[in-house]
Ligand binder design. Structure first.
Ligand SMILES: Nc1ncnc2c1ncn2[C@@H]1O[C@H](COP(=O)(O)OP(=O)(O)OP(=O)(O)O)[C@@H](O)[C@H]1O
Length: 387
């Protein structure tokens, strides 16, 4: 089939919620391309608008780790989007085909995906659907981020919700703040990337559940099991950094730029530094002593200091960790995680936190997740009834 007198469609590569992606040939320029054609059964005005937005959003990005957009148009009543063809498959396929990734491959994935996200975030674009199927690999193994179909600009008030109020994105990778209805931010993409890296290292995403509500609840309130306890063979520094991406509080996660730089520096090969001896009479928020140091980032690990609230982007060591854990209630900490530096330290911090504050925070979280889940289910039903 020849689209727009120019793109000859050969074989279907895959099918998503909105479109069918074809391997094709641009007969004018004589090069292979990928053509995404909007599916007939979703081709209403709003789907066309979203599809057009995907084209316009991705066309603003010109980066080696983002799939390039080449053309967009309407042909025979259907919208189509022409992209660079990425011929190595997705990371979902890589995981299915070869099992969990080795640490060096995973570090490359982390760095390159973060580079692509940094380029988007620098332009104010939030991807909102970072998942293994949207991280493509070319024949040389270079990572290319695809599918800006539900991306939004951060200052777009509709970010995070569709017109029906439905939360968009994939539940397995949904950031806690989005699970409770807060609009997506660049930090939400970093949480999703953390979930993806976790899945690629372990074989399973950090949280799985039988119902959407239970899944959302886990994103909001459950600490991830450290990857090594699920069989991953990651250097300790890598693991702690990965857990930092999964911090419950968006402000505690490293940015895409920091993440890309950290992985490029090779710091992921390192081991966390030993924890400092616990000082008698230390205050109730031990991490503050590191906040005030000369580190590049708020809460960054200082040499000789303890774990920070964010991963140590300077590459000195341990870091951090699930900052959510460092700020959350003590019952959230996995007892089985005590053999890692970060989890030991968060136990110290939690034990000094006033119980009443912990309890209030806990109740707020439970209410928030229940409210968010109810909103999600209602929106889902409403969305289904509309289609
Ligand atoms: N430029 C491309 N080159 C090669 N393969 C691609 C390209 N873009 C998408 N694909 C592949 O095509 C398939 C469908 O992609 P698409 O973006 O339509 O859907 P999805 O991301 O799987 O689902 P959804 O859009 O509903 O989130 C995926 O398997 C993806 O890996």
């Amino acid at each position: 089939m020849l689209v727009a007198d120019r793109y000859r469609l050969h074989t279907v590569i895959g099918r998503g919620g909105m479109g069918e992606v074809w391997q094709a040939q641009d007969e004018v320029l004589g090069r292979p391309v990928a053509v995404k054609v909007l599916l007939n059964d979703v081709a209403d005005a709003s789907a066309e608008a979203r599809f057009r937005l995907e084209a316009q959003t991705s066309a603003r990005l010109n980066h080696p780790n983002v799939v390039g957009t080449l053309d967009f148009g309407t042909w025979d009543g259907r919208c189509f989007l022409v992209m660079e063809l990425v011929d190595g498959g997705s990371l979902a396929a890589e995981l299915t085909g070869g099992g969990p990734l080795r640490a060096d491959r995973l570090a490359q994935v982390a760095q390159e995906a973060a580079e692509g996200l940094a380029a988007a975030h620098e332009k104010g674009i939030v991807h909102r659907d970072v998942k293994p199927g949207n991280l493509l690999s070319d024949r040389h193994g270079t990572i290319r981020i695809a599918d800006f179909g539900i991306a939004r600009f951060v200052d777009d008030p509709s970010a995070g919700l569709t017109t029906t109020g439905q939360i968009v994105g994939t539940g397995l990778y949904l950031a806690p703040e989005r699970a409770i209805g807060t609009p997506a931010s660049s930090a939400s993409d970093m949480y999703s990337l953390g979930c993806v890296l976790y899945q690629l290292s372990v074989g399973h995403p950090p949280f799985e559940a039988d119902s959407p509500t239970a899944l959302l609840y886990q994103h909001v309130d459950a600490p991830p099991v450290p990857p090594h306890q699920r069989g991953a063979a990651l250097p300790p520094a890598f693991e702690t950094y990965l857990l930092g991406l999964l911090a419950k509080r968006p402000e505690d996660r490293p940015t895409a730029r920091e993440t890309a730089d950290w992985f490029r520096s090779g710091a992921w090969r390192g081991a966390p530094e030993p924890l400092p001896p616990e000082e008698p009479g230390a205050g109730p928020e031990p991490h503050r002593q590191w906040d005030s140091g000369p580190g590049r980032h708020r809460g960054a690990q200082q040499p000789g200091g303890g774990p920070a609230r964010r991963p140590n982007t300077a590459g000195h060591g341990p870091a951090p960790a699930a900052s959510s854990a460092s700020t959350g209630p003590s019952h959230l900490f996995s007892p089985s995680a005590q053999d890692t530096g970060w989890s030991t330290s968060v136990h110290r911090a939690a034990s000094r936190r006033p119980a009443v504050r912990t309890s209030a925070r806990r109740h707020f979280r439970v209410l928030a997740v229940l409210g968010g889940a109810a909103l999600f289910v209602c929106a889902l039903l409403l969305g289904m009834s509309m289609f």
